[in-house]
Ligand binder design. Sequence first.
Ligand code: FES
Length: 130
Amino acid sequence: MVNVIFCGFGEDMDKRVIAKQGDLLLRVAQDNGIAIPTECKDGMCGSCAVRVEELTIDSGTGTKSDVDPDGWDKNKYTTYMEDKELNTLVEMGAISKKEAESSQQYAQQTPVRLACQCIIKGSMLVKPFE
Ligand code: FES
């Protein structure tokens, strides 16, 4: 279980929720009453774009912990973003082409994600994309 903190969506929608690794960010938001606009739910329109930051908060204690290099879990800390999502983000000007390329190269997520394409890997802070 991981923490997903929604911040900047409005008084009733800013909250911390518990999610499962592998959950879709958009589904977690909708299940918890956080309004993220959607049109296609297929990574094409860009309306569900949000800013994300990965957090190193331990869901059990709420304390900060650094990633243990010996316990490096590739599945947890790498994120393969599909070309479709990266292309949409570049087209809408949310990320640069260079950011998209390094995301692919290093299997890391970009600071802006499409909620309908974002699989939750670890604790994260989610803000609206303006
Ligand atoms: S709803 Fe269209 S890209 Fe997510």
